[in-house]
Design a protein around this ligand. Structure first.
Ligand SMILES: Nc1nc2[nH]cnc2c(=O)[nH]1
Length: 931
């Protein structure tokens, strides 16, 4: 248990700035709003805290607050200098960075920047913790991730091949690979790379060190066995070969102004067999070309380890088997084809039936596959194949004949006719496959055979076939979804881009293509989808990216819409801490968290950065609920241990770090690509230095995001000055504790000096602008224009329940109103936020600074979500401005832009017809089906 005990039960109400130390009055568990309570912790608040905590009166109105912000915009001025380096003569500094008991592993990339900073060279403040007080983050290996496949198919359908057999005595590694017989695991690897990873046979061949024809023939045999025609079982487009990719890229380089249409025409002239190629494929290839990635595909990670083992692996060569009638030196079952071609002459053959069949039998599997491939795929004649492979024509012909026969007669393989499995047996295999996530084929076979002793054997490829059927059934449900109609999103260059008359394809989790409607037939041909896959949007519908709430307290949802009468510090003690204390009750936690996640999804929030409470179990429940409901999220277990009530605080730094580490590990074991832990020190006043420093280390150790509050109110800022007298600023407190990095999100950031803004920018920190909360509890007017023009990443947050609405549409509107108010107070040149910019803040996020290079999402997920770029995850909302009963009125003269604007200003959840996260439809208004 994290909580420091049960809340006291007195219902008396005394504002905490009136109540003296030792007069803790207590909340009632249940409805803290109806029974507002003072802090029980005034003693720790300190005199200055009390003085500074006096709520700002209404005389501290908009004018004074706005003017209090140092607002020299840097528009038109040279880039501001970076924050000056700290020197010895500066004020007393932060405590020494904590020492780890055991060396922490090198920080993950995102944390590296912060970690590599020099610690401030200043003397320790009076309250500096000793190293022993700082809790060490002890390295413990996390659980190994279960195997997954990049195509998103369940991990159970793939298994890592074991190291292939290698013969000793062969010098060239490549030759060594080619000379061995293909093991079943190699075949599976080939199948996996081609069918699941969509690698070309050339790429696979190069990667595995095999002749391309061998790879092709394995693929061909597999396709035949599984009756896969031209297109693969996934219905996925045919891939370009590396040579074709090069061709496309070279064509694009020939002239500056060459059009994609022209490239396409020329490409199809050169490769008429290709039939159709979409513009998306061409764009994507050109992109890869520009980045120098063509031909550079790294192998999927899961194969690196076995392959490395393979390269370093020396195995004793098996004694060469020489079959009856075979000449030593001629090729045998163990002799691979390449060495035969390179090292031996043609095989001596007689013409008798017996000789031919003996020769056929003695061919290696790879050779037979090569024959098949050359004959069937490359359309060589028997004679050409025989010449090329130094074999007798009759041998080649007999292999071809047998292959033809075998594949016309169902499931007859080279090992002889297989007994067809009964339907019950097939079903049993499917059951075995689905019982365990990461089951291997070998294990499946063993289990099956032990359950059915009457079955003498079953081949791996039969299991593969059953598995493949199983998979295609699974896929059939989630195969490509295609949307036709209007799309709206933001890019770095334009806050709103409207794309009417487009067609977008979504495959599994990602956006596969986005093209003009004229391309529909091409795309159908290329991807093999039909009208049944297409959703045609009505004129009242459009698709937009999912909304991203960068700051929300899930645990404050019970207070949503109440208790707005006190300013931040009093509001926390009176309403918020008592409410959060209730989350020691796990049933209550589940009830609230289910409701808040559903509410957010209904309102189109596909990604959220959540604060939970200090409770470990409750925070785990939040992660579970989010995962179950399919939302993308960062989940934080809150850390706080001072200046908060005794009944709601962590008891020690050790406990805080231990529980937080357990929480991080727990979230990681969920193994969801969507749900991640975020280290969450509540804010500086509630966290002493040693706790902050240990949390900084923990975040670095696990490569976690970090979230907190910064510069929300003036009393809070004054208080921080007193609590951390050594710090240059509030921001410096977090910076000194290694809490600022590209993965950090700081909420509010209203009362920041320029130096603090530079620091945030240098560290790549994202800012969550929470306009509703800033107005509702009167914290101040955040000048977002100032933050953006200084190069900060900014997104929007609802900050429920400081803000009274959990809807991001409300956050958009309030951000515009705050900007309007600022504009009224500033000179004429002040650039208000436009509705388009606010839309971008709520989806992609904003960053004008060129230091970051690209438009970065506050949650550091810009490579995955935020807009409709190809290959991004499909997090999207289908908006219907004509939804029955909605608050929007549409007229015949309304343009698509009017409709979008009306939705932003007057729409609500009734207009959000569907919600998609990572390609999954998790809400459909017509079915009301949040899972
Ligand atoms: N708005 C807001 N600010 C905070 N600062 C510290 N805690 C909180 C909180 O819960 N809400």
């Amino acid at each position: 248990m994290s909580s420091g005990g049960e809340p006291p039960t007195s219902q008396a109400f005394t504002p905490f700035w009136i109540a003296g130390p030792g007069s803790p009055t207590a909340p009632v568990v249940g409805n803290p709003v109806a029974n507002p309570v003072p802090t029980s912790d005034l003693g720790t608040l300190g005199a200055a805290g009390v003085a500074n905590a006096v709520p700002p009166t209404m005389s501290q109105d908009i004018t004074t607050m706005a003017n209090a912000v140092p607002h020299d915009d840097f528009n038109g001025l040279p880039e501001p200098p970076p924050p000056p380096p700290q020197t010895q003569d500066q004020q007393p500094g932060p405590p020494d960075p904590p020492t780890l008991v055991e060396a922490a592993p090198p920080p993950p990339p995102a944390a590296q920047e912060a970690t590599s900073l020099e610690p401030p060279q200043v003397s320790a403040p009076p309250s500096a913790p000793t190293p022993a007080e700082v809790v060490a983050v002890v390295e413990q290996p996390g659980p190994a991730p279960a195997p997954t496949c990049s195509s998103g198919a369940p991990a159970k359908f793939f298994h890592t091949p074991s190291a292939p057999e290698v013969k000793e005595g062969v010098v060239e590694k490549k030759v060594k690979v080619q000379r061995r017989r293909l093991s079943p695991s190699h075949r599976e690897m080939i199948i996996d790379l081609v069918f699941n990873e969509k690698k070309t046979s050339r790429e696979v061949a190069r990667y595995m060190g095999l002749p391309q024809s061998t790879v092709m023939s394995v693929v061909q045999v597999f396709k035949k066995e599984h009756r896969i025609h031209k297109k693969t079982a996934t219905g996925r487009k045919r891939r370009l070969t590396t040579a074709q990719e090069f061709q496309l890229f070279e064509m694009s380089q020939e002239r500056d102004n060459i059009s994609v249409d022209e490239i396409r025409t020329r490409f199809l002239q050169q490769f008429p067999e290709f039939g159709h190629i979409s513009k998306t494929t061409i764009y994507r290839t050109l992109e890869r070309g520009k980045k120098g990635l063509i031909g550079m595909d790294p192998p999927p990670e899961r194969y690196l380890e076995p392959i490395e083992r393979f390269w370093g692996f020396k195995k004793k060569m098996k004694p060469k088997k020489v079959g009856a009638g075979e000449q030593p030196g001629n090729h045998s079952l163990l002799e691979p084809s390449v060495s035969i071609m390179e090292e031996t002459g043609p095989i001596e053959t007689g013409n008798s039936e017996k000789d031919i069949s003996r020769q056929r039998r003695s061919l290696s599997i790879a050779e037979r596959e090569m024959i098949i491939s050359l004959f069937f795929n490359e359309n060589r004649t028997i004679r050409e194949v025989a010449d090329f492979m130094h074999l007798a024509k009759s041998t080649v012909s007999s292999v071809v004949q047998v292959f033809k026969k075998e594949h016309r007669i169902q499931r007859k393989t080279s090992t002889g006719r297989k007994k067809k499995l009964s339907d019950e047996h097939e079903q049993m295999i499917m059951d075995i496959l689905s019982q365990k996530e990461d089951i291997t084929i070998e294990e499946t076979r063993n289990r099956f055979l032990s359950l059915n002793p009457e079955v003498p054997n079953i081949s791996k490829s039969t299991i593969y076939r059953i598995m493949e059927n199983c998979q295609s059934k699974l896929r059939a449900r989630s195969d490509m979804e295609v949307f036709v109609g209007a799309f709206v999103h933001s890019t770095e260059e334009n806050p709103i881009v409207i794309l009417p008359g487009m067609v977008m394809g979504v495959l599994n989790t990602k956006i596969e293509f986005m093209e003009s409607i004229e391309e529909l037939d091409h795309l159908k041909a290329e991807y093999g989808f039909t009208d049944s896959n297409i959703h045609y949007m009505t004129p009242g519908q459009f698709m937009m990216p999912g909304l991203v709430d960068t700051h929300i307290h899930a645990s404050q949802f019970p207070n949503n819409g109440v208790a707005m009468d006190l300013p931040l510090l009093e509001w926390l003690q009176t309403y918020t801490f008592p409410t959060e204390a209730n989350f020691s009750d796990t049933l209550f936690a589940r009830e609230v968290y289910s409701k808040v996640v559903e509410r957010l999804l209904r309102n189109g929030t596909t990604t959220a950065a959540y604060f939970g409470t200090i409770h470990l179990e409750g925070s785990k429940i939040l992660a579970d609920v989010v995962h179950d409901k399919g939302q993308r999220a960062l989940i934080g277990k809150v850390n706080m241990m001072r200046n908060c009530p005794e009944y709601y605080r962590e008891l020690s730094v050790q406990e805080s770090i231990r529980d937080t580490e357990e929480f991080i590990r727990y979230v990681k074991t969920i193994q969801s690509p969507l749900v991640h832990p975020v280290v969450t020190p509540r804010f500086a006043p509630t966290c002493p230095e040693d706790q902050l420093a240990s949390l900084g280390q923990l975040a670095a150790k696990y490569g976690c995001h970090i979230q907190s509050h910064l510069g929300e109110t003036q009393p809070e800022c004054n208080w921080v000055k007193e609590l951390f007298p050594w710090a240059k600023s509030y921001t410096d407190v977090y910076d000194s504790m290694r809490l600022l990095s590209e993965k950090s999100v700081m909420a509010h950031c209203i009362w920041l000096g320029d130096e603090e803004i530079y620091t945030l920018r240098e560290r790549g920190v994202g800012v969550s602008h929470c306009p509703n909360s800033n107005l509702s509890i009167r914290s101040g007017l955040c000048d977002v224009r100032r933050l953006i023009s200084h190069g900060l990443k900014v997104g929007l947050g609802t900050d429920c329940s400081g803000g009274y609405s959990a809807s991001m549409l409300d956050a958009i509107r309030q951000s515009l109103q705050v900007s309007n108010v600022l504009a009224l107070e500033r000179d004429q040149d002040y650039q208000r936020l436009t509705y388009k910019e606010a839309f971008r803040l709520a989806t992609l996020g904003g960053a004008k600074g060129r230091t970051l290079g690209v438009n970065q999402l506050v949650l550091n997920m810009e490579d995955r979500i935020g807009n409709f770029e190809i290959d991004k995850e499909f997090d999207a909302l289908l908006i219907d401005v004509t939804a029955p009963g909605s608050a929007i009125d549409i007229f015949s003269k309304d343009t698509i832009e009017d409709k979008i604007q009306k939705f932003i200003y007057t729409g609500d959840d009734r207009n959000i017809a569907r919600v998609y996260v990572a390609g999954h439809r998790i809400l459909d208004l017509h079915n009301r089906n949040i899972h």
